[in-house]
Write a protein that binds this ligand. Structure first.
Ligand SMILES: Cc1cc2nc3c(=O)[nH]c(=O)nc-3n(C[C@H](O)[C@H](O)[C@H](O)COP(=O)(O)OP(=O)(O)OC[C@H]3O[C@@H](n4cnc5c(N)ncnc54)[C@H](O)[C@@H]3O)c2cc1C
Length: 618
């Protein structure tokens, strides 16, 4: 038998078939506990940025929140961590915590075996130019000819076309990043010396192994959308020490229960409601009204492997098809002070399959401020080939690369070294992987997902994205349990007006093209959103009913009431259970996608039917 830990001693209120709480929102109707209104319980797994975001918001809303973490405490496994200009939500929460963990805005450089290839300025200090001109003009390229620097201009067509919608992701995810740059006219040299390295350190794998969609998303978010977006500050120590530990303390003061060394091993379902009623962590069962999984891809894969219940759901089985990337970090103490021109450096061209970075910790970390020696850290991505080697062998592999970048390292002697191996620590955004990534909602009504790899409409996959998906998961809990307020999520800065105009023009052109006689038929036709009193599972609908409706265009002329009758009949729902519906007859991509945005991606069935039961989630 499993024992209940003290934090979960309360028995979970039984969850009857989901009830109707608010107009347009399908929420669980929980029976009131026998002795006064006890707060509803939420269990969050994973004390990373996503899990912290969820716990932070839910505790503020008065829920009884337990945060369970596989390690002993919150910890980023390795590395020096950058926080880029558009991380508005993270900067906001850090202000709220009252900590000051960051360096000033910092310059960076790109190295090839020949030396410095690109030096990046602090973009916000320079006159702002319309995007992407600042990103192309202001960096210093000591070697790269102007003609190469101009070749990415046609790439803007793809950047404009990739508007971060589901359709855009599906279109570009089939292509590799390398193909993208090649097809859109970038010179080989520009790819090798600039874009290739950006992909290798941004997506952790070489261009031929990365999705073009992920590449465009990353490039637009960090580089091309707004001149200052590539400006970065660094954490002046480990993220654990400077941010997560103080954050945990402040949440515990507000009532958060934190337990380390806990990993979910299986999930228990309430057969009647279809909800998760408890999660087993070895011998313990944690019962709650809602659950959030914020554990990263490889951790989720092991959870799925051990959970017969999750194995019954396609969206979880899909996760087993995702891939991850190994990272190795090497920290070195040198016997002398060596001047390193820039604190953060991206390197490439030494090993085709592994991008790497090196950081001057003496100028980033408070702890090494007055150190007589030089302390530096390198991170090598896609580093499977290094994992089996001994520490000394790894250091021996890394040093020649470092010496090529900074020749003064030739004379320096290593006095101390620390090697950390992090197998499967980064998500691999490989071509074709998008369709296997999870959405924030699952086919279990009270189980939600968060993390930097979860599909949402936020532009990056980074700590900021992890944090935003954590807030979104908290909002889903608020929505489901029918208590508390939604977290405010600061949206990414809007497209600059000329980009927006070009995107609108592109959408119109696509619309016109799709209506030409020889054009492929429009993918969409009619979108119906129906709001029922009780909840049903979007995945079931998606799998069973999408095809039954046939090509949506067939329904273009059909009266609305007939369509709704037909829909209710097909999904086995009584029309009396329906609260409202709206129906849009469209055959254009632009409005098609604005509808998906409104109705919530998780409840959308392509082309024919959208059954929205949540609105207003960002
Ligand atoms: C080498 C490297 C460098 C990076 N550099 C940057 C950077 O400079 N800037 C940036 O913005 N992003 C960077 N990223 C990306 C960033 O680290 C991630 O986007 C972010 O950490 C994701 O947060 P998360 O909460 O989704 O997941 P994680 O940070 O992975 O947190 C998941 C948590 O769940 C815990 N866990 C795992 N398994 C279980 C389990 N079974 N049960 C309970 N808990 C579990 C883990 O211990 C961890 O604490 C980097 C990533 C890597 C790999």
């Amino acid at each position: 038998m499993w024992a209940s830990p003290s934090s979960t001693a309360l028995s979970v209120p039984s969850i009857p078939a989901a009830g109707w709480r608010r107009r347009r929102h399908c929420r669980a109707e929980l029976s009131p506990p026998p002795h006064g209104p006890l707060p509803k319980k939420v269990v969050v797994f994973g004390a990373g940025w996503a899990g912290f975001a969820s716990a932070h918001h839910l505790i503020k809303q008065g829920f009884d929140v337990t945060l369970l973490e596989a390690g002993i405490g919150p910890a980023e496994e390795i590395g020096v961590r950058g926080f880029w200009y558009p991380y508005r939500n993270i900067f906001s929460v850090v202000d709220e915590l009252g900590v000051e963990p960051f360096t000033k805005w910092t310059k960076a450089a790109f190295y090839s075996p020949e030396g410095i290839e690109v030096e990046l300025p602090i973009f916000q200090d320079l006159p702002r130019l319309p995007a992407p001109l600042g990103a192309l003009i202001y960096p210093q390229f000591p070697r790269l000819p102007l003609v190469d620097r101009l070749t990415p201009i046609p790439l803007m067509a793809a950047v404009i076309d990739f508007d971060n919608t589901d359709m855009a992701w599906r279109k570009y995810d089939a292509m590799t990043s390398r193909e993208l740059f090649k097809q859109f006219g970038c010179s080989r040299r520009l790819y090798q010396e600039v874009f290739g390295p950006v992909v290798q350190v941004g997506l952790f794998a070489p261009g031929e192994q990365c999705s073009a969609a992920a590449t465009l998303g990353m490039l637009y978010y960090y580089v091309l959308s707004h001149q200052q977006n590539f400006d970065v500050v660094w954490c002046r120590g480990t993220v654990e020490e400077k941010i997560l530990s103080p954050w945990l303390k402040s949440l515990e003061l507000k009532g958060l229960k934190f337990h380390g060394n806990r990993k979910p091993t299986d999930f228990i379902i309430n057969e009647e409601s279809g909800c998760i009623s408890g999660v087993a962590c070895g011998q313990e069962i944690h019962k709650a009204d809602a659950f959030i999984l914020a554990v990263g891809v490889s951790a989720l894969q092991s959870i799925i492997t051990s959970s017969p219940l999750l194995q019954t759901r396609q969206e979880f089985m899909n996760v087993l098809k995702l891939d991850t990337i190994d990272v190795v970090s090497v920290k070195l103490w040198l016997d002398r002070k060596v001047k390193i021109p820039n604190a953060a450096n991206v390197c490439y061209g030494f090993d085709d399959s592994a991008g790497w970075t090196f950081f001057d910790l003496s100028s980033i970390y408070d702890d090494y401020d007055n150190e007589a020696a030089t302390v530096l850290e390198t991170e090598i991505y896609n580093a499977s080939q290094l994992l089996p080697l001994k520490d000394e062998q790894i250091v021996a592999n890394v040093m020649p690369y470092l010496r090529k970048c900074i020749p003064e390292f030739q004379e320096a002697v290593i006095v101390q070294q620390m090697v950390v191996r992090c197998p499967m620590s980064a998500t691999h955004f490989s071509p074709g992987s998008y369709r296997y990534m999870m959405r924030g909602s699952t086919s279990f009504p009270n189980l939600f997902m968060a993390g930097d790899w979860i599909v949402n409409r936020h532009g990056s996959w980074s700590k900021e994205k992890a944090y935003v998906t954590g807030l979104e998961a908290a909002n889903r809990v608020v929505d489901f349990l029918g208590e508390g307020n939604f977290a405010k999520i600061i949206a990414v800065e809007e497209d600059e007006p000329h980009i927006e105009a070009l995107r609108n023009f592109n959408r119109r052109a696509n619309e016109i093209r799709s209506q030409l006689p020889l054009a492929r038929p429009a993918r969409n036709g009619v979108l119906i959103r129906v709001f029922f009193k009780t909840r049903f599972l979007p995945y079931k609908i998606r799998e069973d009913y999408t095809n039954l409706f046939g090509p949506a265009l067939k329904y273009k002329q059909c009266p609305s009431s007939l369509l709704v009758d037909s829909l209710c009949g097909r999904i086995g729902r009584n029309k009396g259970e329906m609260i409202e519906y709206d129906l849009i007859r469209e055959s254009t991509k632009s409005s098609f996608f604005s509808l998906i945005f409104l109705s919530g991606i998780s409840t959308y069935v392509p082309g024919v039917l959208g059954c929205g039961h949540r609105r207003g989630l960002w």
